[in-house]
Design a protein around this ligand. Structure first.
Ligand SMILES: Nc1ncnc2c1ncn2[C@@H]1O[C@H](COP(=O)(O)OP(=O)(O)OP(=O)(O)O)[C@@H](O)[C@H]1O
Length: 330
């Protein structure tokens, strides 16, 4: 897609396990993000979300290996970048906020100095006064008073530290911000406040977002589109509103009903029976067959085809249908 900011094609990432076999944690994954757009990547623990995030930044380390596919960011082939190109690409083109990023702040260095290091390292400025001005502006946009720049990280609350890390990730005006469970370590109220702030900043500054979380209801509320992963593959992708109201894949339906909505009426939470698939033991047919409430003979024999529709696509032999009131047809 020519108008895409990020284009991922047939990405395959394998882990070489102790017994010299491999597991494909990410298997033939393709997606794209346009400038200023937000895409959520959802799925249970172990489905491959973080592996994708690390691969996009080329931060994956052995035993992870990218064995197939293409990652093109802003017209540049990420998998073929040299060290210098990668250094520019990270932070300037794409930056990432990790789940426990707030613990990565250096405890013995003031926030001011940590910001200054970023500007110095990436050649923005070597002038301390100028760096302080830029850092104060950044802190204030994530809701931290400028005078707190003199503080050490331990003088910040957990939420403030995570917001400071988000400010750092935005320091070089990246075109894409990858958020990998950015608020999981924080309580629900702080979590919501931070996510709201990030998406407000996105509207203001126009960067694109790849938002990774297992909390699909939070994601559907904030992202333009959502991609749902199961056992290393994207099994459904579409506009958030469609995914929220009428998901076509039984796994998306189950995932959606496993989380309480923070807005709207209380609804019954169901959960999904069984456990995530062991990637060393991929069955014939559909990967979700043993946990699916709609499983049929075909699902046990033939891999589901890709079915495209106006709002996205899904892989299933038996798509879910709804009546006019939005109730699932049994
Ligand atoms: N170091 C490793 N060695 C072998 N296999 C690994 C390793 N790290 C991850 N995996 C495999 O990759 C799969 C995907 O892991 P990944 O961390 O990307 O999932 P995730 O969806 O981000 O999970 P979570 O939500 O728990 O962070 C895991 O199920 C596991 O099989």
């Amino acid at each position: 897609m020519s108008d895409a900011l990020l284009n991922v094609e047939n990405l395959k990432v394998e882990y070489i396990t102790g017994d010299s076999t491999t597991v494909a944690a990410v298997d033939n994954v393709s997606f794209s993000i346009k400038p200023g757009e937000s895409l959520g990547l959802a799925g249970e623990s172990g489905c491959g979300k973080s592996t994708i995030a690390y691969s996009l930044m080329r931060l994956h380390k052995p035993p992870a290996l990218i064995t197939n596919g293409k990652i093109v960011m802003n017209g540049k082939d990420v998998l073929n970048m040299n060290k210098k190109e990668l250094q520019q690409f990270r932070w300037q083109e794409t930056s990432m906020v990790f789940q426990s990023a707030m613990n990565c702040l250096n405890p013995v260095v003031t926030m001011e100095k940590q910001f200054f290091e970023i500007y110095k390292y990436h050649g923005v400025t070597k002038n301390k006064k100028e760096a302080i001005k830029l850092s104060e502006k950044l802190l204030s946009i994530v809701g931290i008073p400028a005078e707190r720049l003199k503080d050490y990280p331990h003088q910040f609350s957990g939420g403030m530290r995570q917001r400071a890390v988000i400010a750092m990730a935005l320091a070089l005006n990246p075109k894409l911000l990858i958020l990998d469970e950015p608020t999981t370590a924080l309580d629900t109220v702080v979590q919501r406040d931070i996510i709201q702030r990030i998406f407000k900043l996105q509207k203001e500054y126009g960067f694109a977002i790849l938002f990774i979380t297992h909390d699909i209801s939070l994601m559907m509320e904030f992202c333009d589109s959502v991609a749902v992963m199961y056992a290393g593959r994207i099994i459904e992708q579409g506009k958030s509103l469609m995914m929220l109201k009428e998901p076509k894949h039984p796994y998306t339906y189950g995932l959606k009903n496993s989380f309480p909505s923070l807005q709207g009426p209380l609804s019954h939470m169901e959960g999904i029976k069984g456990n995530p698939l062991n990637l060393k033991n991929i069955p014939q047919g559909c990967r979700f067959q043993d946990r699916c409430f709609r499983v049929c003979d075909k699902c046990r024999q033939i891999e589901p085809p890709k079915v495209e529709h106006t709002d996205g696509f899904f892989y299933c032999h038996d798509q879910l249908a709804y009546d006019k009131g939005g109730k699932l047809h049994e």
